[in-house]
Design a protein around this ligand. Structure first.
Ligand code: HMG
Ligand code: MG
Length: 299
């Protein structure tokens, strides 16, 4: 069976832009978020409070949050890796944060400069302080379906990292296929392991990168499994600068097209979204990788 309704967690302004080598002006980012807000999307991940040297593209996080018009009823989560990031996010008036863990030792080191165990010591005070202030905390797990340095990643290892994040107090767990190598059978295995490990299916979200063209098939497998929150990036922008061979996320337009065909409600105006991604593609100076944007969008 399939769900009646899916919540699209839009990551274009964060995951989509973080890998762009040329810094996008802060006004363009603010307008991007404003345009996305008008498409009917209700969750817009806005930016990251990570170290500005690690992700220079998002060094303007505080400035962006000052400038952007926050629309009532829209949730604007931001990434926060540590207490310094939390301080900055709190100062900017953020109400929803996302911590991001790694399922593997190598990526924990490369993305967070921590061992697998040390990452939890970094997150624990962040989650504790955020919850005490009434913020909501999402937890990402990266490299759930394979790691470019370590190869295969055991589903039980993903489940164990995920369980620790949920025990800390994350309301939702987003399972990342950071390098896009997963396939639908693998999605079933990872979701089964997480549920068996104690994370209820309603708390699970999926985050697929489309490197190998599997993101949509993987999403359908997750929907059949009972997942109702799907991460996607307008126009298929994206990638992680610390993960070799990571390309764009599942394009939100491709997701919307499939959900429409399946009769699953999502609340998004596809034409407005395509127009937004086409506008952004002009700014970035290259066409959107999304098949649906290319099929429906103008020149
Ligand atoms: P570190 O070098 O170990 O940091 O980096 P530290 O704790 O040793 O601190 C060193 C200095 O940095 C200190 O300054 C801190 O104050 C400062 P000093 O006292 O020396 O003057 N500092 C900061 N400044 C501003 N904001 C901060 C901050 N933190 C420390 N937040 C750190 C550790 C976690 C900071 C670093 O590794 C980092 O920023 N990593 C982020 C990498 C990243 O953003 N990757 C992309 C996002 S993850 C992703 O894309 C995957 C996802 O999409 C899911 C999927 O696809 O799988 C979510
Ligand atoms: Mg990602």
């Amino acid at each position: 069976t399939l769900p009646d309704h899916v919540t699209i967690y839009e990551v274009g302004a964060r995951d989509g832009l973080q890998n762009e080598s040329t810094v996008v002006p802060v006004e363009v980012k603010a307008e991007f978020l404003q345009r996305l807000a008008r498409t009917g999307l209700r969750v817009l991940e806005a930016t990251s409070f990570v170290h500005p040297r690690w992700v220079p593209q998002l060094a303007d996080a505080a400035d962006l949050l000052r400038r952007m018009v926050r629309v009532d009823g829209i949730d604007y989560p931001v990434l926060v890796p540590n207490e310094r990031g939390l301080d900055r996010a709190l100062a900017a008036g953020v109400r929803h944060i996302a911590i991001f863990a790694s399922a593997t030792e190598t990526f924990a080191k490369r993305n967070l400069n921590r061992t697998l165990d040390e990452q939890f010591d970094m997150f624990a005070p962040v989650v504790g302080r955020a919850l005490a202030r009434g913020l909501r905390v999402r937890g990402y797990v990266s490299m759930c379906f394979g790691d470019p340095w370590e190869g295969a990643v055991a589903p039980h290892q993903v489940a164990e990292v995920g369980r620790r994040l949920v025990e800390m107090g994350c309301h939702q767990l987003s399972l990342g296929d950071t390098i896009g190598t997963g396939t639908p059978g693998h999605v079933n295995a990872v979701l089964d392991a997480c549920v068996a490990g104690g994370v209820p299916i309603r708390q699970l979200a999926v985050h697929f990168h489309d490197t190998y063209g599997q993101a949509l098939a993987n999403t359908l497998a997750a929907l059949r499994h009972g997942v109702t929150t799907v991460d996607a990036s307008a126009g298929g922008l994206g990638g992680c600068p610390y993960a070799e061979s990571a390309t764009g996320n599942l394009a939100t337009e491709d997701l919307v097209w499939m959900l429409d065909g399946l009769g699953i409600r999502h609340g998004v105006d596809l034409d407005a979204l395509v127009a937004t991604s086409t506008w952004m593609a002009h700014h970035l100076g290259r066409p959107s990788p999304s098949r649906v944007v290319r099929a429906l969008g103008g020149p």
